[in-house]
Design a binder for this molecule. Structure first.
Ligand SMILES: Cc1cc2nc3c(=O)[nH]c(=O)nc-3n(C[C@H](O)[C@H](O)[C@H](O)COP(=O)(O)OP(=O)(O)OC[C@H]3O[C@@H](n4cnc5c(N)ncnc54)[C@H](O)[C@@H]3O)c2cc1C
Length: 478
């Protein structure tokens, strides 16, 4: 047969090889950067460069995130080894590390997934300038270039943003993982994951280990369970209860599951399960909130450390180390807030409603800056995500996009009664109160009993703190 015979597919010569630089897309499923590397032919080398400062700027991963990252990298190394080309880990300057790995493996290109965080974008620009590199989507459902207001600007309000997303071209189907990866001719040296120092030296992480299984395989299994389960069908009504949500946030934050896979999975059920549509649509909406958080971070990168609304720049936050410390430790004397803070400390996660109430407590009752709260969450959450955390805290602080109006000051006791009506959440995490007849308001309902339990006394008088917050906001921000 002669070359070019029509029955023979035209074969491109294999590429010398591609590095797939992974950051918070710790998966092989639905990863366009990886798919394109495989399509080029030749060796494919997944690589993680441990250079937290360059990658994360002022927000290097906190203690709980580092714990998750360690286990996620171990899982990914196992998964990629099974495909034929194990994850290579390097430490140090990212551009220098990638350049050296190009040299070591003979690869001629770097693929990576574009991210919304400002420091990550600066690093991407440096990689693109210094190396033969290409950027791919993979962390967002829609390209931010397409989601613009009628005047071409960014959105600051969720509802029109969401409407615009839903009117845009639908996200395409998720990609399957490659069947195999061709390794480089000579295996590249890799730093042992244990050597990255991600795990705590004092073993405080037993609560995390007992609660979570990091890694893409565990993430995919959790997504399937959630999508096929009954809690999702009730999500519109149950999402404010501690067990009413997916708990997929850390898998999404580390890119172990793609947001597109989550979007597709919920849409598939939506197509066949009309009875569950209210719950399914409500959950899908949360994925658009995630998208909105990324949109805001891309367009307003200063918001990682300053309010979106400039009129809050000089807000007279109080410095109150004692209140902050008691809030961090779950010793405020407000049971729902304390349960929220203790479950966070113990498991690295707390439900969304509890996040809203405890954030409001710090910011409104304590008049302590939202940034103090954001930093604490950053260190303690396994799902710490700069876009979502910034959005959440600026919402609580009344200074972000679609923020809570300043006059909305959550009553932590009423919120507890409403969203933990049986008190099971409080009893589980504030054991001092386990035998109290009214766990929501121990100091008013049974002060002698409460004192006998040793439970913390209230760090503020909520009624007084509420008035102080209203006065401060009214005089500063209106
Ligand atoms: C003060 C504050 C700080 C927060 N910090 C973070 C954070 O660091 N990381 C984080 O992932 N989320 C954060 N959130 C948003 C939200 O609380 C969590 O995403 C949610 O509790 C995770 O639980 P889940 O996976 O069960 O969510 P589900 O209710 O099952 O929602 C599914 C997914 O949608 C996304 N999502 C849900 N709610 C929001 C939201 N309000 N904003 C943006 N995305 C959302 C998440 O990726 C979540 O996993 C914060 C919220 C507040 C009020």
């Amino acid at each position: 047969m002669t070359a070019g015979h029509p029955s023979l597919p035209h074969r491109q010569p294999s590429a010398p090889g591609t590095l797939v630089w992974l950051r918070r897309e710790l998966r092989t499923h639905d990863l366009p950067a990886l798919q394109a590397a495989v399509a080029r032919g030749g060796p494919v080398v997944p690589v993680y460069v441990h250079g937290p400062d360059a990658e994360h700027g002022d927000w290097p991963p906190g203690a709980a995130s580092r714990w998750w990252l360690h286990h996620s990298l171990v899982a990914l190394q196992r998964e990629t080894a099974a495909l034929g080309s194990p994850l290579v880990v390097r430490a140090g300057d990212t551009v220098a590390s990638l350049r050296r790995l190009l040299h070591d493996t003979g690869a001629d290109r770097v693929h990576f997934t574009a991210r919304a965080e400002p420091a990550a974008q600066t690093l991407e620009a440096a990689v693109l300038a210094a190396l033969p590199a290409r950027s791919f989507p993979g962390d967002e459902l829609w390209s931010s270039a397409h989601i613009r207001t009628a005047s071409g600007g960014p959105y600051r309000v969720f509802t029109p943003f969401s409407r615009r997303c839903l009117a845009a071209e639908a996200p395409t189907a998720p990609l399957t993982a490659p069947a195999s990866l061709t390794p480089p001719a000579t295996p590249a040296a890799s730093v042992a994951i244990d050597r990255l120092g991600l795990l705590p030296t004092i073993p405080w992480d037993h609560g995390l280990a007992a609660t979570w299984t990091p890694g893409a395989a565990a993430g995919r299994a959790a997504l399937t369970r959630w999508i096929t389960g009954e809690t999702l069908a009730r999500y519109d009504r149950g999402r404010d209860t501690p067990e009413g949500t997916s708990a997929l946030s850390a898998h999404l934050a580390f890119g172990e599951i793609s947001v597109r896979a989550a979007w597709w999975a919920v849409n598939q059920r939506l197509a066949v399960d009309g009875a569950a549509s209210a719950g399914l649509m409500a959950w899908r909406r949360q994925l658009i909130w995630r998208e909105f958080a990324r949109h805001l971070l891309r367009h307003f990168p200063h918001t990682v450390s300053a309010p979106l609304q400039p009129r809050y720049d000089g807000f007279p936050w109080r410095r109150d180390p004692e209140l902050l410390r008691r809030w961090q430790r779950g010793q405020t004397g407000f049971p729902y807030v304390d349960a929220a803070q203790r479950v966070l400390w113990h498991t690295g996660w707390t439900p969304n409603r509890a996040r809203m109430v405890t954030a409001s407590f710090l910011v409104k009752d304590g008049l302590v800056s939202w940034l103090e709260g954001a930093r604490w969450f950053w260190d303690t959450l396994v799902d710490a995500d700069l876009a979502n955390n910034t959005l959440g805290w600026q919402w609580a602080g009344g200074c972000g996009a679609d923020a809570a109006p300043f006059f909305r000051v959550f009553n932590p006791t009423t919120q507890g009664r409403r969203h933990d009506p049986t008190g099971a959440f409080i009893r589980a995490w504030v054991p001092e109160l386990r035998d109290m007849p009214d766990v929501h308001d121990p100091w008013r309902k049974a002060p002698v009993l409460a004192a006998a339990t040793g439970y913390a006394t209230p760090v503020v008088d909520h009624a007084v703190a509420r008035l102080r917050a209203l006065d401060t906001w009214r005089s500063t921000a209106t």
